[in-house]
Design a protein around this ligand. Structure first.
Ligand SMILES: Cc1cc2nc3c(=O)[nH]c(=O)nc-3n(C[C@H](O)[C@H](O)[C@H](O)COP(=O)(O)OP(=O)(O)OC[C@H]3O[C@@H](n4cnc5c(N)ncnc54)[C@H](O)[C@@H]3O)c2cc1C
Length: 374
């Protein structure tokens, strides 16, 4: 079945996100208006199948939505990105009750993979799960969870209970006894996405909380989460870059020298800098579109393309936002333009796993014929 045309939903969510973006950043507020707009339009159920009341959307739908929202407010874009990544796991491995609840917008989800022990190597958690009668007990120190205090439940990784494989996934309600958020996280960028560490001490969950088989976590991460998350994260980085670039283009077209009436865009060095930024942005977008096509059509180069697209988009965002800062001069250094917010948000998006360094390692292994892991 064709998924519904999301363009008017995307426009409304972006408008809500744009309206609160400055306050969300300055005061590190959760992007309530954008999330309410997404919830009201059923978009939180985007990746849940229509048979469970969701929209039955595609990874490309999620990618476009996250990219557009991130251009307006990157914090809102990243909350949606984490929700969609987690809800794809529920669509594939959750129970029907949870699928319906996500489809109705009653559950905001997020990923709790990163740990202070495994660091960038999120696919190999150190946190534990052990059997206790018919239940399981989770202990962990999660280092970053987007929406830590606002999501209703976390898609959570641990070492397996008995399997020799790398990880097992669980759905853990945020209010489970034994979970705590040690403190707020005062970030440089993405300041409104409520990223914080989460600690688990003797958190008891029923067997039904397990997502997939014991030890299946790695395969689910690689098969369900990683491709989708990379595409959405790349789209978020390009959205952030576009926001800064458009801010810079508009500023150089209007800011002028009183001495002779010329504008900043009349300076060849400014134009050349912006031209390089435009080329980088368009090249990043073309690579991302090809990666999305590769993933949608099961092309053999899909994983390589997807890894490349996040590494490329993160670098594009760092470069294009730095260019925007430079060509806008002092007004960019102040908060007069949204450029400095994009500059900070781009830094945050680029360290989200897999980091650009890890992606370079993966891509290097793939093109030289080495296995990605091991
Ligand atoms: C705003 C924000 C929100 C986040 N939200 C979430 C979330 O919702 N859920 C979640 O699970 N995680 C989340 N993360 C965590 C994110 O995925 C991690 O920060 C990321 O995986 C990097 O881990 P680390 O910070 O421990 O870096 P470290 O592992 O300490 O990395 C330090 C440096 O070493 C480099 N490095 C590490 N390993 C390698 C390698 N093998 N090869 C080459 N270089 C390497 C890294 O690139 C980096 O430059 C979030 C992070 C941020 C900043």
């Amino acid at each position: 079945m064709m998924s519904r045309d999301l363009s008017s939903d995307a426009t409304d969510i972006q408008a809500a996100a744009a309206g609160e973006a400055t306050r969300v950043d300055r005061e590190a507020l959760f992007p309530e208006a954008a999330l309410a707009a997404a919830r009201d339009r059923g978009v939180l159920g985007l990746l849940i199948g229509t048979e469970h009341g969701g929209l039955g959307g595609t990874p490309q739908d999620a990618m476009r939505l996250v990219g557009g929202v991130s251009q307006a407010c990157a914090s809102a874009g990243m909350v949606l990105c984490m929700h969609f990544a987690a809800s794809a796991v529920i669509a594939a491995h959750g129970d029907d009750g949870t699928r319906h609840a996500v489809a109705r917008g009653e559950r905001l989800l997020t990923l709790a993979f990163s740990e202070s022990g495994s660091r960038s190597h999120f696919w190999a958690p150190l946190s534990t799960a052990r059997a206790q009668g018919a239940d399981f007990v989770l202990d962990a120190d999660k280092s970053f969870v987007t929406g830590a205090r606002r999501a209703d439940a976390y898609v959570w990784s641990s070492r397996p209970v008995a399997s020799q494989d790398m990880s097992t996934l669980w759905l853990v309600p945020r209010d489970a006894p034994g979970l705590s958020v040690p403190g707020p996280f005062d970030g440089l960028g993405l300041r409104g996405n409520d990223s914080a560490p989460v600690r688990a001490r003797n958190v008891v969950v029923p067997a039904s909380a397990r997502l997939g088989a014991d030890g299946a976590g790695f395969d689910i991460m690689m098969g369900v989460v990683l491709p989708l998350f990379q595409l959405m994260n790349a789209a978020a980085s390009l959205g952030i870059a576009r926001a800064a670039h458009e801010g810079a283009l508009s500023h150089v077209a209007t800011a002028g020298f009183g001495t002779d009436g010329s504008r900043l865009r009349d300076l060849p060095t400014i134009r050349a800098s912006l031209a390089r930024a435009q080329i980088a942005l368009d090249a990043g977008a073309a690579l991302l579109a090809d990666a999305a096509d590769a993933a949608a059509n099961g092309r053999p180069d899909a994983m390589l393309r997807v890894l490349q697209s996040k590494a490329s988009a993160s670098q594009v965002a760092l470069d294009v936002t730095a260019t925007a800062m430079r060509v806008c001069g002092g007004v960019a250094f102040r908060k007069d333009l949204p450029v400095e917010r994009a500059f900070r948000d781009a830094q945050a998006a680029s360290v989200m796993g897999p980091t650009t360094d890890v992606l370079h390692d993966f891509v290097g292994k793939a093109i030289t014929g080495l296995p990605l892991f091991g």
